[in-house]
Design a protein around this ligand. Structure first.
Ligand code: COA
Length: 434
């Protein structure tokens, strides 16, 4: 059979496809905006035929109905990164969270920690040779498919084709469901004065020819606003969003000075609007690889002048960073934060930055605190941290003593909280704050 006949022989309805999932299976769903929503809806509808199906997922951008009250008999959600739609469930009996570095997720699947029974993925239409692309979600989706006992794919005509190591041949898929819904879009966030000030400070540390990792949200987008005068920037990032497209169009991101994959934007997933998805489609400038490669610190470090920019919930006066919980309450995950902080700090002339507004909860609490909240996870240790930036300036912690770190951090805290922090400093260190 040629690939077109093979493809046709695997076409089924979503209802039939999800009927192949069995009770007690572990089912891995494609990540973030790549989640296969037609298959997920059909699986939730078919719930009465399942007991104890484990749903492994990272950022859930859809409805997350498998975590709703009443679903616990049918589904247990194992979250690798807690998002808005799964937060409530993870902090109840209906779901749980597995702490892990993002770059190690494929190992969990492949090396027996979490064997994959079924991979539910979303792919592009096949090319002339019968290869479908993982499009916006390569990350752990391709590695999960590589080792799953059963692969069920939504082949969506709107899924962009990303290049790199991003393909699966139709002959390797078990069941195919054709879909045509738009890929989930993440609208650009509002950028206020605080974010602009943080963006300006971050940009001041970025030299021409640097390679960047940027997370998601208002701060990374604000950083991009202040890079318009830079030259020959490159991207090696877990993800990119729309802001990167503007800087490519402006000739700022050229990737020419990259020491690994020169000329290429390297990513593992994408999250933005149709503008981004159109930009990456069939674009040889953008290469997507599994997260085990993109986020491996020993790969990241091969980029000279690597700059990582991430955010957090709290930082204590020693420089311990909590990025994923409020006290004991898990609100997100470690994601690729440590992968990139370690990779950037090992890179020649690399810099790792934690960029945060000085306060949270509408100014009611300081993010710079004497001690992390009781039960808070230490996401980035005090040994790993380097630059911390707020709208009040830049603190450099690497190579600094405990007292020096505390002073640097107090100087960039919100003025409303500095007095309290100084009092803590003077009690803790038994000396005057200068
Ligand atoms: N005390 C109390 N509440 C706090 C808080 C604090 N110190 N810090 C944050 N919050 C609250 C906020 O007020 C907000 O509440 P709301 O939703 O009711 O408004 C909520 O927690 C989310 O915080 P916010 O800072 O607005 O979230 P964000 O979207 O900017 O994301 C992180 C910040 C830290 C959660 C996010 O960057 C993250 O998950 N990082 C870890 C993963 C990572 O770095 N990955 C690599 C790059 S993709």
């Amino acid at each position: 059979m040629n690939w077109k006949e093979i493809y046709k022989s695997k076409l089924v309805s979503a209802e039939e496809a999800v009927s192949k999932i069995k009770s007690n299976d572990r089912v891995v769903l494609s990540h973030a905006v790549g989640e296969p929503s037609v298959l997920i809806d059909a699986m939730v509808k078919n719930k009465d035929n399942y007991e104890n199906v484990e749903i492994v997922h990272m950022v859930a951008m859809g409805k997350g109905e498998y975590t709703n009250e009443g679903m616990e008999k049918h589904f247990i959600h194992n979250s690798l990164f807690v998002g808005a739609s799964t937060r409530k469930a993870v902090n109840s009996a209906r779901a749980d969270y597995t702490p892990c570095f993002f770059y190690e997720v494929p190992r969990l699947f492949k090396e027996g920690y979490m064997p994959v029974d079924v991979a539910l993925v979303q792919l592009s239409r096949p090319d002339a040779h019968g290869f479908c692309s993982f499009g916006v979600s390569n990350d752990y989706s391709k590695p999960a498919a590589d080792c799953a006992k059963l692969i069920i794919a939504e082949v969506n005509e709107n899924m962009p084709r990303t290049m790199g190591d991003s393909f699966i041949h139709v002959s390797d898929i078990d069941y195919i469901v054709e879909t045509s819904h738009p890929i989930i879009e993440l609208k650009p966030p509002k950028i206020g004065d605080v974010e602009k000030s943080i963006g300006r400070y971050c940009a001041s540390l970025i030299e021409d020819g640097s390679t960047l990792q940027l997370g998601i949200g208002a701060i990374p987008d604000a950083v991009l606003l202040f890079l318009k005068d830079k030259k020959d920037l490159g991207i090696h990032s877990e993800m990119i969003s729309d802001g990167v497209v503007d800087l490519v169009d402006a000739g700022v991101i050229t990737n020419k000075k990259k020491t690994l994959h020169p000329g290429k934007i390297v990513v593992t997933f994408l999250m933005g609007t149709k503008k981004l998805y159109d930009f990456v489609n069939d674009n040889p400038m953008v290469e997507a690889y599994p997260v085990s490669y993109v986020n491996d610190p020993t790969v990241i470090m091969k980029n000279y002048k690597m700059v990582s920019i991430n955010s957090c919930v709290q930082v204590d006066l020693m420089g311990q960073i909590c990025s994923e919980s409020i006290g004991l309450k898990q609100i997100s995950g470690v994601g690729g934060q440590i992968d990139f902080i370690r990779g950037a700090s090992m890179a020649k002339d690399g810099k790792s930055i934690i960029a945060i507004p000085s306060t949270a909860a509408k100014g009611k609490v300081s993010r710079i605190v004497p001690l992390l909240d009781e039960g808070a996870a230490v996401t980035t240790s005090r040994n790993d941290v380097d630059y911390v930036i707020t709208e009040y300036g830049i603190a450099r912690l690497k190579g600094k003593t405990l007292k020096q770190r505390a002073c640097e951090l107090i100087n960039i805290a919100h003025p409303d909280f500095r007095e309290e922090l100084i009092k803590e400093y003077e009690i803790r260190f038994n000396c005057k704050f200068l």
